[in-house]
Design a protein around this ligand. Structure first.
Ligand code: SF4
Length: 335
């Protein structure tokens, strides 16, 4: 376990029986906690920041140089502009079209990485509240390496929810810096934007792995087979009260399922879901039905079958509340 930028001790003046101290400023960078069963020797850059991996990224980009085909010559990202970057022009901030293209890619990579990890963090916070940081992460005897990317990049072994939180805090710290680089006047080199995009990709890799670990711990009991469930709009029973869930974060859906079971309403209510929430909920309860992919939202709601529409996060049509209102369905926004 590595704790980065662990602590700082500052003493301006101290007169004591042991002696006098003045102007002491002690910074401790990383503290490495040796564990009894170290899984492998620690590498040189556990939880690396962009600067530490920059030469590696540049090496890759030297071998696979980026190519640009702008779909737009304008930049409208700040109030200095908009700026026309066509025909070799530079914007009011000095950026050229290649660097602008690389910047858009870098920002897009940050958006994607943030969405994956923010979902994992939502789940993690919910689990920390329920089970606490010492809750063990145990994937069973068939899995020898619980999170290969996290081990490789962060240099730690995830044994508890608390370890998982350490990984997500690292990701958050990196994405903040990467996103700030997209601001006006922060970076003038297209190749450095590409290096930053690769770093966002690395954060995404470990964020995905961390999110999946959280999901596995949440949804699937050890030794349990993934159930076969019904699929498609036609599997919903319009003669029963219908609940439709949409999104990516199954935690609110799990609370709903627990409530339905607690009230003994299992057979009286039909639950269907769309997008990732659908697949994840079926891992928790095999009576949940998969209505379809995210493209089916409007079609199913306009069928008039749902009595309740419950959304969580991501891939939810932003006008879904108005569609639910048209069929007089109750609408619940969670997360
Ligand atoms: S970021 Fe630069 S190029 Fe874009 S609008 Fe602002 S000044 Fe112009």
């Amino acid at each position: 376990m590595v704790q980065r930028n662990a602590t700082r001790i500052k003493i301006d003046k101290l007169d004591s029986a042991f002696g006098n101290i003045s102007g002491l400023d002690l910074k401790i960078g990383d503290i490495v906690f040796e564990e009894e069963d170290v899984f492998e020797p620690q590498g040189p850059t556990p939880m690396p920041n962009l600067t530490e991996l920059r030469s590696w990224y540049l090496n890759l980009l030297n071998r696979y140089p980026p190519a640009y085909a702008p779909i737009c010559d304008m930049c409208c990202l700040c109030t200095y502009g908009k700026c026309n970057l066509a025909k070799g022009r530079r914007g009011a901030c000095g950026i050229d079209i290649k660097t602008q293209q690389a910047r858009i890619v870098e920002i897009a990579c940050c958006i994607g990485a943030s969405c994956h990890s923010s979902h994992g963090i939502h789940l993690l916070h919910w689990m920390l509240e329920k089970y606490g940081p010492d809750y063990p992460i145990n994937l069973g005897d068939d899995i020898a390496v619980e999170a290969p990317m996290v081990r490789l990049i962060c240099g730690i072994q995830i044994k508890t929810l608390g370890d998982l939180e350490t990984v997500f805090k690292f990701i958050e710290s990196q994405i903040i810096h990467l996103l700030s680089a997209g601001h006006t006047g922060q970076e003038g080199s297209f190749i450095d934007y590409e290096a930053k995009a690769l770093h966002a990709g690395v954060m995404d890799l470990i964020g995905l792995e961390g999110s999946d670990l959280a999901q596995l711990m949440l949804f699937k009991k050890q030794g349990q087979e993934t159930p076969l469930v019904e699929l498609g709009m036609g599997c919903m029973n319009p003669n029963k009260p219908n609940i439709l869930m949409i999104g990516h974060n199954a935690a609110p859906g799990i609370e709903m399922v627990d409530y339905i079971k607690e009230k003994g309403l299992n057979e009286k209510i039909d639950i269907g879901a769309i997008c990732c929430t659908a697949h994840d909920l079926t891992r928790y309860w095999d009576q949940v039905k998969i209505v379809g992919s995210m493209s089916r939202q409007l079609r199913f709601i306009r069928s008039g079958v749902p009595d309740v529409v419950m959304v969580d996060e991501q891939c939810v049509r932003t006008d879904i509340i108005w569609e639910a209102r048209k069929i007089k369905a109750a609408f619940i926004a969670t997360n």
